[in-house]
Design a protein around this ligand. Structure first.
Ligand code: ADP
Ligand code: MG
Length: 156
């Protein structure tokens, strides 16, 4: 399922991770899927806020990991469906309605995407975040990003 990595970057602050997300968000088209993986605190939500910003969301800080909801709708140049599969039960429903969002031209962003991998389309862009240090994170992404993200694009 996971594609070959096509790039890697190290960020040194939450702002840099957010800037990386912003850059990615600016390049997203309707029906795109961003599949985020990595442990708790790796920066998936931080990256998603940037992504919403790149999609011209008027209130990117409203993006959060909802405590009870699995799915959050976020405004943007293309509407964004933010899914957090962390609390998805083991016997998860095999259909949380993602296809409807994709068909309707939403951008879908999934945290803990490995838990929903079987329901994500082939064209999903996989982005893995890992702790490298207290404020350092390694971002490894799969092919599918049209514009390569350069080191200088990370600057907030
Ligand atoms: P996740 O959604 O993966 O659980 P969050 O984005 O909610 O992670 O939280 C990441 C935490 O790590 C935040 O408290 C953030 O301030 C901190 N952090 C420190 N350095 C970084 C970095 N380089 N990138 C992203 N987050 C960082
Ligand atoms: Mg999160």
């Amino acid at each position: 399922m996971m594609m070959e990595p096509s790039g890697t970057a190290v960020t040194r602050s939450p702002e840099e991770t957010r800037a990386w997300g912003r850059r990615l968000g600016a390049s997203l088209k309707p029906g795109d899927v961003v599949a985020l993986t990595g442990p708790l605190g790796a920066g998936k939500t931080t990256l998603t806020k940037g992504l919403a910003e790149g999609l011209e969301c008027p209130d990117p800080d409203a993006v959060c990991s909802p405590t009870f909801a699995i799915l959050q709708e976020v405004e943007g140049r293309h509407p964004i469906c933010h899914v957090d599969a962390y609390r998805l039960p083991e016997d998860a429903p095999d259909d949380i309605g993602l296809e409807d969002y994709l068909d309707a031209g939403w951008v879908v962003v999934v945290e803990w995407a490995d838990r929903l991998a079987q329901f994500l389309p082939e064209h999903a862009i996989w982005v893995d975040l890992a702790h490298e240090g207290p404020a350092e994170r390694r971002i490894v992404w799969s092919k599918g990003i049209s514009a390569p993200i350069e080191e200088e694009d990370l600057k907030p």
